[in-house]
Unconditional design. Sequence first.
Length: 179
Amino acid sequence: MKTKNLVLLFLFSFSLVFAYNNESTTDPIEKEAKTIVGVAASNKNFSTLVAAVKSAKLVDVLTEKGPFTVFAPTNDAFAKLPEGTIPTLLKPENKKLLTSILTYHVVTGKFDAKAVGAIKANGGKFVIKTVQGNELTAMIKDGNVLLKDAKGNVSKVIITDVSVSNGIIHAIDSVIMPE
C-alpha cells in the first residue's frame, strides 16, 4: 500500500513539474506557429508569400487576433507574374505597393467553405471587401470557387479551410491585384 502511494505521489509530482516546465518554456514562435503567418511559414509552398509579408512588415498585423480570411497565393501563383516582378516588389521603395497587393488578399472575418452557400444564394456571385479597401468577387464555375479581382483577372481557390488561431487560409493559384 505504501509503495502504491509513493508511486502515485511520484507520478503526481512528475506531472506537475512537466506541466510547469512546458508552460514556462513556451517559445513565442510556437504560439505564432498557429497564426496565419506561422502556418504559411511552415509550408514551403508559401515561401514567396512569407518573404513578401516580411518585406511589407505585415507579420505583426497577420498575427493579431483577427479573425481574418487570407486568400494565399502559392509559390506557383507568384511564378505566373511577369519575370522580375517579385524582386521589384520586395525592394524597400515598393513597400506601399506590396502592402496594397498583400492586403488585397485579406478579408476581415472568417469565411470558410460553407460561405459558398452565400455565393449560390446571390445568383452565383458574392462581393467581398478586402482589408486593402477594394473588392473581390467570389463566384462558382464548374464546381470551383473563383475570385475575380479589380482588374478582371480570375484566380481559383485550390485548397480550402486551413484553420488557424486567428482565422482561415484558402490557397489560390494566381496573385490577385487591386486597381
